[in-house]
Each structure stands twice: as structure tokens, then as C-alpha cells.
Design a protein around this ligand. Structure first.
Ligand SMILES: [Zn+2]
Length: 430
């Protein structure tokens, strides 16, 4: 930046010497900066916020706030399900079917496949409302019922088979180590988490979307140049066809070790200006360069350990209390699996504000990295406005603290405008 300033000063001197001073200084950096002294962060933020009409704001607020209640309702449903499985004897009934097989691991596997199937059927009315009808009512989905349902079935098949195999392994470890089961159980869970992070971009995401190297040559060069400048290999940047599911703009960093990559969706590429794309891409580079994937893994691992300690404590208390009704012999008895799932998810439900704060603090870091790297505060602010189609734009402070895993639109626009106010000399040409 300094170099450009010196060059400009030099040009100015030379040209004014040749008698064209007025014409040139009018466009000069120095004068524009003086004009920009009027730039006001609050006003600039307000101008962006006004891009959302009253109706659009009402829609995105109600969509997002409805999500809080649906999360709570989902928790209540989890409770009902564990009740149906344990107190109505469904869990015991499934175990009895599975006992036709002699090998305990096969018994557990059969139990788990049936457990995932039955719990999916029990929750299905809620799933179809939240995932299909509600999305359509807010105009956020591009999927036909058939398309939506087939993705659901892929998800169900993955939990019925991949997840079941992992849980069989977990129960095998539990039966071996007895007392310290929750410590070893946590270790296994973290290992499985790393494994699924590793295979996800290569084997799981492609089941839902087509991933390929970036196509648009103009944008590609700019993005890849920024990637190179930040030490991210070009092979690690992909695009995918999210428009088949919705019009939402998004990008992400996924994978682990050799499979780590940045993916931009086609909505971002089709609906956004080069400045906006650059701003988003620089944010994603931030996640990549700052090793957020690994940092998140450490945080989640800590939460898993605490969660398993909680499950260990609560599980034993509850099976003692409901001994005659549930007849669960201990933690290694697969009949108690629904209770295990409920307690574990209850812990993560209660810990969700903690989780949101961990994720949001990384998002803030990536936002700052992105602003400093792309140097496109307006691109960033306008893309933050576009994201507000499905994220409440201006929540209260406490609301943002508890429920938001990304900074709110208003916070993002304000930060971008503050950054701009403090780097006005770069925007002399505008
Ligand atoms: Zn992010």
C-alpha cells in the first residue's frame, strides 16, 4: 500500500510539474481520502441493512426464531422416543428379535439397524415438516419430494450401516473395560469423528452433490491466486451443485489431513459478484490457514469427554431408579442404547450455547482474516446481507450469544464497514 502511495505522490509531482495539476489531483488518492472523511461506519452499516425489505426481514426472523422452538421441540421428541423404547418395551422387543443370532456383536448390529429404522419412523412426521414443508413454505428449497426423500434414505442407510458398525465396536470396548468405559468410549468416539471427517469429502458429500474443480476461468484465476498467496494448494479448491437443494449461498472447509479442501457452492458462484466471491473465499481460506478444523476437533473432543462422564453418572442413576420397569442390566446391555443416545444428546443440547460460542469465535477469526486478505469490505458486507435470507439479521446481544454459531448479519456488516473506515486510503478509486 505504501508503495502505491509513494508512486502516486511521485506521479502527482511529475504531472503537476507539466501543468496538469488540477485534473490529476481530482482523482488522486489524497483528495478522495479527504472526501471520504465523511464516511461513517454507522451510516454505511444502515445503508446495507436497508437492502433487506421489511417483509424479507420479517420472513428471515420468523424462519430463524422458529428454529429455536423446533430445536426445543426436537429435544422433547427425543425424550418421547426414549420413553417409547424403554417404558413401552420396544427396546426389549427388538433385542429379543436380535437374540435369534448367537454372536453378541451380530445381535448388537441387528438391534442397532432396527433401532435406527424405528426411531427414524417415529420422528418422521417432524422430519418431513422441518426438512421439507417448512423449507418450501419459506421458499428455501428447490427439491421435489422424491429428491428430498431419496437424500433422507441415503442418510438413514449411512446411520443404519456405517454408524451401527462403529457402535458395535463401541459396545465391544465397553464390555471389555467395564468401569472406565466412558473414557475408552470417548477415545473411540473421537477416533470415529476423525475417520468420518477424513472420508466425508471423498465418500459422503459426493453421495449428495457433485464436486468438481472450479469452472469459471476468470473467477478461478483470482481465487487460486489468493489461495496460493495464502499457502493453500490449488487442488484443494472445489465447486459443488448445491442449487439442486436450495438457493442458499455457502462455502466450507471440510476433510482432515490429506482430504482437507475448500468447497464453494454454485449459488455463490452464480448469484454473487467477483468482489463478494473473493470476500467469501478469503473467509474460507482463513478457516483453512488458521487450522480451524483441528482446533474444532480438540474442542469437540473435550466436550465428548465431559458428555460421556455425564452419561456415565446419569445412566447408572436412572437404571437403578427404573430397574423393574426397564430391566437394563448395565451400560454394556444394548437395550439401554436409547437411554445412552438420549443422555448424550441432552448433554449436547444443554451445551449448545458453549458449542455456538466456540464455533462463532472461529467465524470471527475467519471474518477478520477474510477482510485482511480479500480487502473487499463492501463485497463482504453485501454477501452478509444475502446470507440474511435465512439468518436473523439483527438479534439482541444475548440472543446472538446463545443461539448464533456465526456472527449476525448486522455484526458482520458493521465490522466490515469499520474495517473500511480504517482503510479508506485503499478505496480512493471508488
Ligand atoms: Zn466460516
Amino acid at each position: 500500500m505504501k508503495f502505491r502511495f509513494i508512486l502516486l505522490a511521485f506521479l502527482l509531482g511529475t504531472l503537476s510539474f507539466s501543468g496538469k495539476a488540477f485534473q490529476i489531483t481530482k482523482d488522486s488518492k489524497y483528495l478522495t481520502t479527504i472526501e471520504n472523511v465523511d464516511f461513517n461506519t454507522e451510516d454505511a452499516t444502515d445503508q446495507y441493512l436497508q437492502r433487506l425489505s421489511a417483509e424479507q426481514k420479517e420472513n428471515s426472523d420468523s424462519y430463524f426464531e422458529g428454529g429455536y422452538w423446533l430445536d426445543l421441540f426436537a429435544f422433547v421428541i427425543d425424550f418421547v422416543i426414549v420413553w417409547v423404547f424403554l417404558s413401552f418395551g420396544l427396546s426389549r422387543w427388538i433385542k429379543n428379535r436380535a437374540e435369534k443370532f448367537r454372536n453378541v456383536h451380530i445381535q448388537n448390529f441387528i438391534y442397532l439397524v432396527l433401532y435406527f429404522l424405528f426411531s427414524y419412523i417415529l420422528v418422521f412426521p417432524f422430519t418431513i415438516y422441518r426438512g421439507f414443508f417448512r423449507e418450501h413454505s419459506y421458499n428455501l428449497s428447490n427439491m421435489s419430494f422424491g429428491g428430498w426423500f431419496s437424500e433422507e434414505m441415503i442418510g438413514l442407510a449411512l446411520s443404519m450401516f456405517l454408524l451401527s458398525i462403529f457402535i458395535v465396536l463401541l459396545y465391544w470396548i465397553i464390555s471389555k473395560v467395564k468401569e472406565s468405559w466412558w473414557i475408552w468410549g470417548s477415545v473411540i468416539m473421537v477416533v470415529f469423528l476423525v475417520f468420518s471427517m477424513f472420508i466425508s469429502p471423498v465418500f459422503i458429500s459426493p453421495l449428495f452433490n457433485e464436486y468438481k474443480p472450479l469452472e469459471n476461468q476468470e473467477i478461478k484465476e483470482e481465487i487460486l491466486s489468493m489461495a496460493r498467496a495464502n499457502g493453500v494448494p490449488a487442488d484443494n479448491v472445489y465447486q459443488f451443485d448445491a442449487s439442486k437443494q436450495s438457493n442458499r449461498i455457502s462455502a466450507n472447509v471440510s476433510g482432515f489431513g490429506s482430504t482437507i479442501r475448500i468447497s464453494l457452492n454454485d449459488n455463490l458462484l452464480n448469484q454473487c459478484s467477483p468482489a463478494e466471491i473473493k470476500a467469501v473465499m478469503a473467509h474460507e481460506l482463513g478457516h483453512y490457514v488458521l487450522n480451524h478444523v483441528y482446533e474444532m476437533l480438540i474442542y469437540i473432543a473435550i466436550l465428548i469427554f465431559i458428555g460421556m462422564a455425564f452419561v456415565n453418572w446419569a445412566f447408572h442413576k436412572l437404571i437403578k431408579r427404573f430397574k423393574t420397569r426397564w430391566a437394563i442390566s448395565g451400560i454394556s446391555d444394548i437395550v439401554g442404547f436409547p437411554l445412552f443416545v438420549f443422555l448424550f444428546s441432552a448433554f449436547f443440547f444443554i451445551a449448545s450455547p458453549v458449542m455456538n460460542n466456540i464455533v462463532r469465535s472461529n467465524e470471527v477469526e475467519a471474518d477478520n482474516y477474510g477482510l485482511n486478505t480479500a480487502r473487499e469490505p463492501d463485497g463482504f458486507a453485501s454477501v452478509a446481507m444475502k446470507l440474511s435470507a435465512y439468518r436473523k439479521i439483527n438479534p439482541g446481544k444475548l440472543e446472538e450469544y446463545i443461539f448464533f454459531d456465526h456472527p449476525s448479519g448486522k455484526t458482520r456488516v458493521y465490522n466490515a464497514m469499520q474495517w473500511k473506515a480504517e482503510h479508506l486510503d485503499e478505496f480512493a478509486e471508488n
